[in-house]
Design a protein around this ligand. Structure first.
Ligand code: JHZ
Length: 415
């Protein structure tokens, strides 16, 4: 892509033009576009953030695609900052290791490998590992940690190059990355090129049922181009000759699904029962109806009133409020709800790359986590609400000393 963004005119999966617009969050900075102090005066690029629902296949997708180079070539997010995420990677690696009977001759490749966290678990099983991630800064870190990483976007041509260099894979993983890729046909072509006969392709992504039910509107941002239901995902994988052979709901990132795939063998239906269960659940939740998405948008606007109302009241009463966690989603929540420095003095976050910088759009400073105890603000708004339990446990002393946490969604809660 040569331009900064392109408008979406057809559904990414079925090519339909019947796209129904809902939830317009307006013009937003890129969600991981943290800025240095000296850049704050410079104009920040902002892009439309709104969704379509495809009336034909049901895919929820953004109305525009921001040039991936703007978002991913240098990436501040690292996977290793959460114990919950690391435990989830460990369980995925174990499941694949046992299920595929892997050994030291097996090769595991990870698309969107970030800092190499997932592959590090396969390394403990002695498997050969290869990461693939366009973020050059992260590829370097992963390589230093012993995870060879190709700093590339994944598609059929990079898959060919990787196959030539490393051979084919017994397992290909792609966690939290399918939503980030515009040309899904190219991704599946690449997987088909790289995967050994009998190999598996495992992916995880946030589940649309959870997003809608728990009002996780802030997970809608420029990096996430698609929001999958099983119905849309199944349509996609079958188009490329794969089938789902295992499917689990996992309690991470506000609710996600882990899917394992193999190449389709005629006459074999590996996971029919569980797939049908999920398909009927989605029907029951009315994911195929436009009204569901309109209702979702209305609820987001109501949440805005509730959360900003609470913070305004606390501040009026003389309390100090800060943010906890500076995830991409937090930047969407603060921008859309107009929660700026007048409301949150600062945000604490464990990611070294984010500390010392300012959040996109709202310019709120980001400090290390230990600032919370030193400073003892009255309230900490947990912007990384998906890790609320982990954070509250970690900050037990803050609570004991009288500090309180605000959870922003699905409904505003003080704990
Ligand atoms: P977290 C990222 O989204 C980006 P984000 C990406 N697009 C994606 O798909 C999802 O992940 C899955 C901090 N933290 O994981 C670390 C603490 O400070 O919810 C992170 O900055 N203390 C690839 O950015 C942030 O919170 C802690 O104890 O929305 C969490 O970011 C913990 C546990 C986290 O993802």
């Amino acid at each position: 892509m040569n331009k900064d963004f392109r408008l979406v005119k057809n559904c990414r999966i079925c090519r339909s033009v019947k796209l129904y617009k809902f939830l317009d969050l307006g013009s937003m900075p890129i969600p991981n576009g943290f800025r240095k102090k000296e850049d704050l005066k410079r104009k920040e690029p902002k892009y439309e953030l709104a969704c379509y629902f495809c009336e034909d296949c049901g895919l929820v997708q953004l109305t525009i695609v921001v040039n991936p180079k703007i978002m991913f070539d240098n990436y501040v997010y690292i996977s290793a900052t959460s114990k919950v995420r690391m435990n989830n990677f460990s369980s995925l690696a174990y499941q694949a290791y046992i299920g595929q009977n892997l050994n030291s001759a097996s090769a595991v490749m990870d698309i969107g490998s970030n800092d190499g966290s997932l592959l590090s678990f396969f390394k403990t099983y002695d498997c050969k590992v290869v990461g693939i991630d366009p973020a050059k800064n992260l590829a370097k870190i992963a390589a230093l940690n012993g995870i060879p990483t190709e700093a590339e976007y994944f598609n059929s041509s990079s898959a060919r190059r990787i196959k030539e260099k490393y051979g084919s894979a017994d397992v290909i993983a792609a966690t939290n990355v399918m939503a980030h890729m515009d040309d899904l046909d190219e991704v599946f072509k690449g997987v088909d090129i790289l995967l050994k006969k009998g190999g598996i392709f495992i992916t995880e992504f946030p589940y649309l049922v959870d997003l809608i039910e728990k009002l996780e509107f802030d997970t809608i941002y420029h990096e996430h181009l698609s929001y999958f239901s099983l119905r849309t995902w199944k349509f996609l994988v079958e188009k490329f000759g794969f089938e789902i052979c295992d499917l689990q709901r996992i309690q991470i990132d506000g609710g996600a699904i882990r899917l394992t795939h193999r190449r389709k063998t005629p006459g074999r239906n590996l996971a029919n029962k569980v797939v049908n269960y999920f398909l009927s659940l989605e029907q029951k939740k009315k994911l195929d109806e436009k009204e569901t998405y309109d209702l979702f948008s209305q609820k987001v606007h109501k949440l805005k009133m509730e959360l900003t109302g609470l913070i305004d009241r606390l501040i009026k009463e003389g309390s100090r409020v800060v943010g906890y966690g500076a995830p991409a989603k937090g930047n969407i929540l603060t921008n859309f709800f107009n929660i700026g420095k007048d409301k949150l003095d600062y945000i604490v976050d464990s990611t070294p790359y984010k500390q010392g910088l300012y959040t996109p759009g709202m310019n709120i400073p980001v400090y290390p986590e230990n600032r919370l105890l030193k400073d003892m603000p009255d309230y900490a708004l947990i912007l990384a609400w998906n890790f609320a339990n982990e954070i509250v446990k970690k900050q037990e002393i803050y609570k004991k000393r009288g500090g309180q946490f605000i959870i922003p969604l699905p409904e505003v809660k003080i704990i």
